[in-house]
Design a protein around this ligand. Structure first.
Ligand SMILES: *[C@@H]1O[C@H](CO)[C@@H](O)[C@H](O)[C@H]1NC(C)=O
Ligand SMILES: *[C@@H]1O[C@H](CO)[C@@H](O)[C@H](O)[C@H]1NC(C)=O
Ligand SMILES: *[C@@H]1O[C@H](CO)[C@@H](O)[C@H](O)[C@H]1NC(C)=O
Length: 615
């Protein structure tokens, strides 16, 4: 590399290195363009676009290559001397989901779906190899075409399942899977079903923005709700043969592997404007309504719960469902009883669809309180690997009967940038209104500087985006666009629990511990952003493990943006260089004297059988 050398040498000739950096970055993104291998002729246009953009790289301002921090030996562009090449994993790991491994699952009880919950490998069983993509893997179609078509090569061994499935939710057509957006759940199509819901639930004007789809199938509901600008977090278990969540993410729809079992859902209390179950097979009436209690916890005051399919309308359907009338009747009775105890208001029942609404505050519910156990509110946010409890999460206090407990929200998109109630009320210690505004401003600036390096950041090329340490969600807010969505992850070890704020802004996210694998399939994110993740986990788990997990969930030719202290990033860079990533490290947008740096990387395109690491 041209700029290699003692970082002190060039200090007075900084103009030359900046030119070289610009040249290097141009090459980097030119090469990114050349690598672009998308199916169905799409790749060429993207490659052209990037190549074209690369020509005006000259406007990159003030980038300097020399390091001004850390010790002399740690130049950004170390020769490969101590790079350890990490080998690819075997072909059997193409769809490896470490915490939802079929073999390990089988060693846990089936009762209450415990075996389908997260069970992660202990350290000594963690793989230290790169998960390969299947042969012929291509970048998915861009949205909205991706909603309806998924390249067959990306999930190739699903054909049998699909051929056997009588349900009409996915068809196999030559090179692609086609999702008709209809099927048994929505006989007249997802749009008609959603319009029916919209006649009861205000989802047209931004009042309802965030939704939770429990047991989502291939997430058609969430896929079609994008038309209403509603953002849906869908989850379904990792099944031994149906890769529902993988299909959802291939379609460009947010989803995670998950199940209502024995552990609390990885979301904060009072998060979602709406929750939904359509034939989701969750036994709502069982365990004294435990699962409904959990839905109640994550629903915002005034939020809606939609249940369609069995047992609703059992009188008409019990024969079609081939289930005893009495059993279905009893199931519905239990659900109605539980809804009553939770103090939900029944808003609608027509055909197979019923809708309840959680009250906006506790005024209506005082009389229920004597019949139920209220949870200790003090640890409401502590949900990671915590058992679900048979208690009802209390509402925040209110002073009059119209007040929305916890604070009312602006309709979306206004709520994205207005001060969220949890900030305004000071319930996130350390984040004042001022700090929120500053954070928002800072991330707008950071994102603008990202766009100067990666010009395709928000043009639709990257649809599934992960922010590994989302804080208040300001990175996602700065990127907000119908072309993309961001999974805002709040690490369980983060000093402050900010995920409730993320939801109040009309964004979605999840708690996660980055010492473990994320609840997703390989190759499901187009772009991963990590702000200070490696400093956060410094003494918790190894840099290599976190990087390998990022590599697993990142698509071939997906992009990474890491922001951290120069010392940390230098270490990260050394390891990531052995992982078939193309890497460039640049200074903070405010100049080289700031010890925080930014590392841009692109995962190279390679598939199973490509053993040569220089591909
Ligand atoms: C730099 O080197 C010195 C002496 O070798 C050492 O004490 C110090 O911790 C190093 N600093 C960093 C940031 O690595
Ligand atoms: C949104 O629509 C609902 C129902 O149509 C209505 O009750 C509500 O006032 C509307 N909200 C706004 C902010 O327009
Ligand atoms: C590539 O590596 C895998 C696993 O190490 C091995 O099974 C396979 O035979 C290798 N393929 C080639 C072409 O060398």
């Amino acid at each position: 590399m041209a700029t290699k050398g003692n970082p002190g040498d060039n200090r007075n000739k900084s103009f030359l290195p900046s030119l070289l950096v610009i040249a290097a970055l141009c090459c980097f993104f030119y090469v990114l363009g050349v690598w672009k291998r998308s199916g169905f002729g799409k790749g060429d246009s993207i490659a052209l676009e990037i190549t074209k953009k690369a020509e005006d790289c000259g406007i990159l301002p003030n980038l300097e290559y020399e390091t001004h921090h850390g010790n002399q030996s740690t130049s950004f562009d170390d020769p490969k001397q101590d790079v350890k090449e990490i080998e690819p994993c075997g072909e059997q790991y193409i769809d490896y989901t470490p915490c939802h491994d079929q073999m390990r699952a089988m060693t846990f009880p089936r009762e209450n779906m415990n075996y389908r919950e997260r069970h992660c490998p202990p350290d000594e069983e963690k793989l230290h190899c790169l998960v390969p993509a299947p042969k012929g893997y291509v970048t998915p179609f861009s949205w909205p075409k991706s909603r309806d078509y998924v390249p067959f090569a990306n999930a190739p061994h699903k054909s049998l399942t699909v051929e056997k499935a009588v349900q009409n939710w996915v068809q196999y057509e030559g090179d692609v899977f086609r999702f008709p957006g209809g099927g048994t759940q929505f006989p007249n199509g997802a749009d008609a079903y959603i319009d029916q819901l919209a006649s009861v639930i205000p989802m047209e004007n931004g009042t309802v923005r965030t939704a939770l789809d429990t047991g989502c199938g291939v997430a058609s509901w969430g896929a079609y709700l994008f038309k209403k600008n509603v953002l849906t977090m869908s989850f379904a278990p990792r099944d031994s043969h149906e890769a529902q969540v993988q299909f959802a993410l291939e379609r460009g729809v947010p989803a995670v592997i998950g199940v209502l079992g024995t552990i609390k859902l990885p979301y904060p209390s009072r998060a979602f404007d709406m929750a939904h179950c359509s034939r989701c097979l969750i036994p709502w009436g069982a365990n004294d309504g435990l699962y409904m209690t959990e839905v109640d916890r994550v629903l915002r005051p005034g939020g809606y719960w939609v249940l369609s399919g069995p047992p609703i309308n059992w009188r008409v359907n019990y024969q079609a469902w081939q289930r005893p009338k009495e059993e279905l009747e009893e199931e519905q009775r239990k659900i109605e009883e539980m809804a009553e105890l939770l103090c939900w208001e029944k808003k609608h029942e027509k055909g197979e669809t019923a809708i309840w609404r959680k009250r906006v505050n506790n005024e209506y519910c005082r009389e229920h309180d004597s019949r139920v156990t209220l949870c200790e509110s003090s640890n409401a946010a502590n949900v990671w690997y915590k058992k679900m409890e048979a208690c009802i999460t209390p509402y925040p206090e209110t002073t009059n009967s119209d007040e929305v407990a916890g604070g009312g929200l602006q309709p979306f998109p206004d709520r994205l940038n207005t001060v969220p109630p949890r900030i305004a009320s000071g319930s996130v210690p350390g984040f004042s209104v001022e700090a929120f505004k500053e954070d928002n401003k800072l991330w707008k600036k950071h994102v603008n500087s990202y766009k100067r390096v990666n010009k395709i950041l928000d043009n639709g090329r990257y649809r599934n985006i992960m922010d590994m340490n989302a804080g208040l969600g300001s990175f996602a807010a700065a990127l907000e666009s119908p072309k993309l969505w961001v999974m805002n992850v709040v690490p369980t070890i983060a000093e402050k629990d900010t995920l409730g704020v993320v939801y109040e802004r009309g964004l979605i996210g999840i708690y996660h511990d980055w010492c473990e694998a994320f609840s997703t399939y390989p190759r499901t994110y187009d772009l991963i952003h990590a702000n200070r993740v490696f400093s956060l986990y410094k003494d918790k788990c190894s840099v290599e493990d976190i990087l390998l997990e990022m590599d697993r969930i990142l698509r071939p030719e997906g992009a990474v943006i890491l922001r951290d202290h120069v010392d940390v990033l230098t270490q990260v860079k050394r390891i990531a260089t052995g992982m078939r990533w193309n890497i460039k490290m640049v200074d903070h947008e405010d100049g080289p004297l700031i010890p925080e740096k930014v590392l841009f990387a692109v995962r190279k395109y390679w598939v199973v059988g490509d053993n040569n690491s220089t591909v």
